[in-house]
Design a protein around this ligand. Structure first.
Ligand SMILES: Nc1ncnc2c1ncn2[C@@H]1O[C@H](COP(=O)(O)OS(=O)(=O)O)[C@@H](OP(=O)(O)O)[C@H]1O
Ligand SMILES: [Mg+2]
Ligand SMILES: [Mg+2]
Ligand SMILES: [Mg+2]
Length: 350
């Protein structure tokens, strides 16, 4: 039986290494001229790097934890019918595997020898139940629009056990801590959260430092929100900031880099109010961020102040809107958020 401090130690380590390896691929694509992109049924983009990162992370998890289940944002359908794109993804994966030093760790992060094998790894992420057992959830590139624009993006990986997030890892190649760009945050429930520098060498994500959220009073806080006007209600968020007497400019940032940023005290309140009440937030857009915020001393709830319910499968269908913030200003801020949410949306849609 693992002692408390060893709980999920291996899961966290392998998740960090898998995210680090995937980031080597996504960064190579980020700086290349080739960012081949498909448009999915919901009109959102998926790039060759999203597919490649999902294949690499799920290969690592399937090798280390073959009895677990996995939920990934992407599936291989768009590759199986597009040989040209599939070949590009496989080439990026093969280059990453080749360039990647396994170093002294002896940890087998899995490999793949054919496009068919790559498609099969991607499709391991098709699971859809989360209420029982161990289920990993992966967003291979969160903030794909940001990735394409040259903004922030994150590789987000979390382990749910019986519907509760126990481990979360966020790789943020373009976020900085102490002047160094490219960081990985990781948390295990009950054991705090650390930030580490990313590196091109798989084994050198060392020197973890503890982080925690900011402690400023509400009026001195600042908001962090998404860049895309279609993903959260910017106008209502501005009204809430005004109602709270907040005068600092809102920071707009793509992806779960928002959670990472406020976890490190680089901002205070992440607000994501729906633009459409029919939209169901995806678990991979929040799971890693939630445990990272909670372990940094914060709270994450929906706009009605209810905890996020990860037992409902691939989406957070019992929640609307997401708010993450430090404990110290929770009461003040949530009173204003829930009042505005009720005025604008009522409660009937749930
Ligand atoms: N309508 C709507 N409402 C809310 N959220 C939506 C919506 N449509 C898409 N998505 C999801 O938004 C994810 C990106 O969120 P961001 O916080 O990065 O948004 S933003 O681009 O910075 O505005 C994005 O994640 P990725 O697809 O991984 O980029 C989507 O899952
Ligand atoms: Mg997407
Ligand atoms: Mg996402
Ligand atoms: Mg994504």
């Amino acid at each position: 039986m693992a002692t408390t401090c060893q709980r999920y130690k291996r899961e966290r380590h392998i998740a960090e290494l898998a995210v680090q390896r995937a980031a080597i691929l996504t960064e190579a694509v980020y700086y290349s001229q080739v960012k081949q992109t498909l448009t999915k049924d919901d009109k959102s983009p998926v790039t060759l790097a999203d597919f490649g990162a999902q294949a690499l992370v799920l290969a690592a998890l399937a090798t280390a934890f073959p009895d677990d289940k996995y939920i990934g944002e992407e599936d291989s359908a768009g590759l199986r019918t597009n040989p040209e794109l599939s070949a590009l993804v496989f080439d990026a994966v093969a280059r990453t595997l080749k360039s990647n030093k396994q170093g002294a760790s002896n940890i087998n992060l899995g490999t793949m020898g054919s496009e068919q094998e790559m498609w099969d790894f991607i499709d391991l992420g098709n699971h859809d139940a989360t209420a029982a057992g161990r289920v990993w959830t992966l967003d291979p590139i969160d903030g794909t629009k940001g990735f394409l624009r040259g903004g922030q993006y994150a590789i987000a990986l979390a382990l749910l056990v019986d519907g509760v997030v126990q481990v979360g890892v966020l790789g943020c190649p373009h976020l900085s801590s102490e002047g160094e760009e490219g960081i990985i945050l990781s948390a295990v429930r009950g054991q705090g959260v650390v930030v580490k520098q990313m590196s091109a060498d798989l084994n050198s994500i060392l020197h973890p430092s503890e982080i925690s959220m900011s402690r400023v009073p509400t009026a001195e806080a600042s908001f962090c929100e998404g860049v895309e006007a279609g993903h959260s209600a910017h106008e209502l968020q501005a009204k809430i900031a005004n109602d709270l007497g907040i005068s600092k400019a809102t920071v707009r940032m793509d992806s779960q880099a928002k959670y990472a940023s406020i976890a490190m005290g680089q901002g205070e309140i992440y607000l994501r109010l729906p633009t459409k009440m029919t939209y169901e937030e995806k678990i991979w857009d929040h799971a890693a961020g939630v445990v990272i915020i909670e372990e940094a001393g914060g709270i994450v709830v929906d706009m009605y102040c209810e905890p996020l319910d990860f037992t409902q499968g691939r989406t957070l269908k019992r929640n609307k809107g997401v708010v993450a913030l430090p404990r110290g200003i929770f009461g003040d801020v949530m009173e204003v958020v829930t009042r505005n949410a009720l005025e604008k949306y009522g409660k009937s849609a749930l």
